[in-house]
Design a protein around this ligand. Structure first.
Ligand code: NAD
Length: 303
């Protein structure tokens, strides 16, 4: 196979490393000022993939100097017990970010759990207050994966204003917040999904394609306009010649004949998600400090 021209591959690992270094410097400055940022990670049950994700999040937090607290609860934990833990973490002034690892066991109402997290500590950006705030273009905590994709896009494209972006997939975690962030960056945004007609024709109009579907190699070269920039969020495990490997939603080898730049899988979007979780923990701390300041000044005001 011919070597892939590396200039076309967007190096998410290297960018994530830079983001983590920026976060590390900010944490150091905060600690010198006597402030210790802290992230609480809650895992219910023993889903193998979730355990790996949680372990990686905790390790990354430690690397950048963020204090991390792991709460591992058994799979039969009651909803009431989980909600009580979240309320305790909400009240704890030393905790700045709360992340509940998804998916939760079937007997727990995921929406109820996410709505219980204080929106100012909601580092995943899944609380309705943050989802609504993002839709209104306010400064709120936004989901980590799409936020990481935006950083990769800004680095790859420079100015995003006026570009036509097509987002494939409309999940609450990736597709919808991605479209909102692109809109906020003045892109013209089209969202396509499993019920859209003629996806290849819609994608071919795009300067930017963001694929968040979960179907290996769905997007081929004939879906892409020459010179497009492609962000492949999909992570799919496939078996090939008796070997298991990870691929994205885009047929990478085929796409490379068309695109200006593309994220590989693995090594593209994946590392950015954790980096933005760390960034969000600092943003959460900042929002909490602003809210505390506002509270103090409103108490002091004569009326
Ligand atoms: P999801 O299953 O919640 O949503 C998938 C979306 O794709 C749906 O909106 C559906 O309408 C759309 N879809 C399904 N089939 C389609 C088709 N044939 N054509 C067009 N659209 C179709 O998935 P998700 O949580 O948004 O995740 C999507 C992918 O991204 C998965 O592979 C997931 O593993 C990956 N992911 C990666 C990261 C990361 O950090 N890199 C983070 C989150 C998700």
């Amino acid at each position: 196979m011919n070597a892939i021209p590396s200039i076309k591959l967007i190096d998410g690992k290297a960018t994530a490393k830079r983001v983590l270094a920026e976060v590390g410097e900010q944490v150091q400055a905060l600690r010198q000022a006597g402030v210790q940022p802290a992230l609480a990670v809650v895992l219910v049950g023993c889903d193998a993939a979730s355990q790996v994700y949680v372990r990686n999040k905790v390790l990354r937090a430690e690397e950048v100097g963020i204090r991390s607290l792991e709460h591992r609860l058994p799979g039969d934990t009651s909803q009431a017990h989980l909600l009580a833990l979240i309320e305790r973490l909400n009240r704890d002034r030393e905790i700045n970010g709360i992340l509940v690892q998804l998916p939760l066991p079937g007997h727990i109402d995921e929406h109820r759990v996410l709505q219980t997290i204080d929106p100012l500590k909601d580092v995943d950006g899944f609380h309705s207050a943050n989802v609504g705030g993002l839709a209104q273009g306010r400064d709120v905590l936004t989901p980590c994966t799409p936020s990481g994709c935006m950083r990769l896009l800004r680095d790859a494209c420079g100015e995003l204003r006026g570009k036509h972006a097509v987002v494939v997939g409309r999940s609450n975690i990736v597709g919808k917040p991605m479209a909102a962030l692109l809109l906020q960056a003045d892109c013209t945004v089209t969202m396509v999904h499993s019920r859209s007609h003629d996806l290849p024709a819609l994608c071919r109009q795009a300067d930017i394609v963001v694929a968040a579907v979960g179907k290996p190699g769905l997007i081929g070269a004939d879906w892409l306009k020459p010179g497009a920039v492609v962000i492949d969020v999909g992570i799919n495990r496939i078996e090939e010649a008796g070997q298991s490997r990870l691929v994205g939603d885009v047929d990478l080898a085929a796409a490379l004949t068309q695109v200006a730049a593309i994220t590989p899988v693995p090594g593209g979007v994946g590392p950015m998600t954790i980096a933005y979780l760390m960034k969000n923990t600092l943003l959460a701390l900042d929002l909490q400090q602003q809210a505390a300041h506002q509270e103090r000044t409103s108490c002091l005001s004569p009326c």
